[in-house]
Design a protein around this ligand. Structure first.
Ligand SMILES: Cc1ncc(COP(=O)(O)O)c(C=O)c1O
Length: 381
């Protein structure tokens, strides 16, 4: 298994890559799929376009399997998470006085689009989830006028993993649309969109899914698929796709209705290869390996008395993200430390006022010791 992973992830020697919560790395087979696709385009253009369409179909099937959707018809391929959130936000029929609930730890994409609805008389309620019961904090913001609750499956700064099933069940009970930004968990943690009662789940491919930027999965529940108003139109979203002579049309009954024009075939070939690897290893294995690494990093933080953990340490709250701070350092000093780490080829991020490490399932444990000794050297310098 380790040899296989070394083959699939031949990262440069000396590079410590702990940044999957920002942009992940590609596996070897992903890079090869892109090379092959490029060669094909160079030598024969789109001669074999039907073959590409089979890859596209196969990707939809892989995504259906990955998130345990009921049907391939629930899946659309979009540009990014923000586009999917916007499709939901502007697809709903809002009335003055409606409200929606988000948390105070959301990445801007899962806040700005909701705040943009202010002009339609929609109130955005922001729950403070830095507490013992983040789900209760979100649900406490809901009332009879709440139409939607949108949350990240894992918070990008702290790595807090939300109890999606609990939120989904409560939303279902009260007729609230349950929208999940899954970009910080899909590919790292298992997800079952039906078990969590999600109405929409969206994630771009470039983080834990080990794919390219600019291609996102958009799950929309069968109940909502045809209820969301459409705002993007083109040849690709109609039921009778390929019939260029028809002058009348209907939107596709499948989630393809949200895909206006030509697909991102290059991205599709890349993500198809990435998902083949993830599904081959299995999401339950990957989740276990991710959480084992998180646990090892958390132990390292907790053992070092100079550090404080920003991320949660309870197992059910953990994700692939471990964020921590030096107790004696302020924000500015953490930014400088982050810059020094990057110079020393420890690829990480400055988030939530601290250093964010985000390894993936394949990351060798030796990388943690290496990151640690380089970080302590920076701190002591
Ligand atoms: C939780 C979360 N949502 C959305 C995004 C950005 O999404 P996209 O660029 O796919 O719109 C990020 C990126 O860091 C994120 O962490």
């Amino acid at each position: 298994m380790t040899e296989h992973l070394d083959y699939e992830f031949p990262l440069q020697s000396g590079l410590v890559y702990l940044n999957h919560a920002a942009v992940g790395v590609w596996s070897r087979r992903t890079a090869e799929a892109v090379h092959t696709f490029a060669d094909e385009n160079m030598f024969q253009g789109a001669t074999d376009y039907p073959k590409w369409m089979k890859v596209e179909q196969s990707l939809r099937q892989q995504l259906t399997e990955l998130i345990h959707a009921e049907s391939i018809d629930d899946i659309a391929l979009l540009k990014n998470t923000s586009e999917g959130l916007s499709i939901v936000a502007y697809g709903m029929d809002w009335h003055i006085g409606d409200n929606l609930v988000i948390s105070n730890q959301e990445f801007p994409s899962n806040r700005i689009v909701w705040q943009s609805l202010k002009s339609q008389g929609v109130e955005v309620r922001i729950a403070d989830i830095a507490c013992d019961d983040p789900e209760a904090a979100m649900l406490a913001c809901c009332d009879a006028n709440t139409r939607l609750l949108s949350v990240s499956s894992v918070q990008y700064g702290t790595g807090l993993r939300m109890d999606l099933q609990r939120l989904g069940e409560a939303c279902q009970q009260h007729g609230i649309f349950f929208c999940v930004d899954a970009i910080q968990s899909l590919g790292a943690l298992d997800m079952d969109v039906q078990a969590i009662h999600a109405d929409a789940v969206i994630a771009d491919a470039h983080k834990w899914l080990l794919g390219p930027e600019g291609l996102a999965v958009f799950y929309i529940s069968p109940a909502w698929r045809e209820r969301l108003k459409l705002h993007q139109f083109g040849w690709h979203m109609i039921e009778d796709i390929g019939n260029f002579d028809a002058t009348s049309w209907q939107a596709a009954t499948s989630a393809r209705r949200f895909e206006a024009g030509s697909p991102n075939m290059l991205g599709i070939h890349a993500l198809h290869a990435s998902l083949a690897l993830l599904l081959e290893i299995g999401m339950s294995n990957i989740e276990r390996m991710v959480l084992e690494r998180t646990s090892a990093l958390i132990d390292m933080v907790l053992e070092d008395k100079q550090l404080e953990l920003v991320s949660p340490s309870q197992w059910q709250r953990c994700s692939g993200i471990v964020t921590f701070r030096f107790k004696t350092m302020n924000h500015q000093e953490h930014i400088m430390l982050y810059q020094q780490l990057m110079q020393k080829r420890v690829i990480c991020a400055y988030r939530a006022g601290g250093i964010r490490f985000a390894p993936h399932f394949y990351t060798p444990y030796a990388c943690f010791d290496e990151a640690w000794s380089r970080m302590i050297a920076c701190y002591n310098a």
